[in-house]
Design a protein around this ligand. Sequence first.
Ligand code: A8S
Length: 212
Amino acid sequence: MSVHQLWKFPRGTECSEAMQIVKNHLMGQLSSEQLAQLHDSIWSYHSHFVGADKCFSIVMQRIQAPIHVVWSSVRRFDKPQAYKPFIRSCSMSGDGQVGSTRVLELVSGLPAASSMERLEIFDDERHILSFKILGGQHRLNNYCSTTTLHECSVDGQLATLVMESYVVDIPAGNSREETRLFADTIVKYNLQTLAHISEMEGRHQSVEETSS
Ligand code: A8S
């Protein structure tokens, strides 16, 4: 069984099997100590129930900026274009809490024009955001993603580990691998942009702190 065929088992013996799949996937990128620390979060937020016609993936990004700086961009459900370069505009309905929806217009040149999305989980304290795609002009039906942020340190400096996992229907005429490659490319690009702007903001804030 590979990572994209992960099943969410009830807690118990099989649970460790599901965890193992995610862990194998993240192994090269994290030490076993870090994996142990992230165990509960991976289990609760990143091991999804995945049917045969669906595709699952998890992407990680280390950011050399404190967690509050990274979260200040991720938490803005009304402003995803701040770090998602393919989004041209966003209009949100609701108060920014769970159940709020947003309609996105995308930049040109993509095989997609718009997306309608609903906020599913929003936890300001634990730094968790999850949204689900309800519709739009694109091919990623029933896309549902969860992003969690984790404090870590890189060379003794406060840093952030971002984990983003998703489940999506495999479109007719495409393979699971094609679907995963397409969505992973977008998610990785978003997270690299998030790293770039957070690291700039983090440096800006630490300069202000030392000069004040
Ligand atoms: C996100 C993640 C993804 C967004 C994809 C994968 C999308 O916004 C783009 C192109 C598509 O074909 C699908 O966190 C869709 O936003 C850029 C419109 C959903």
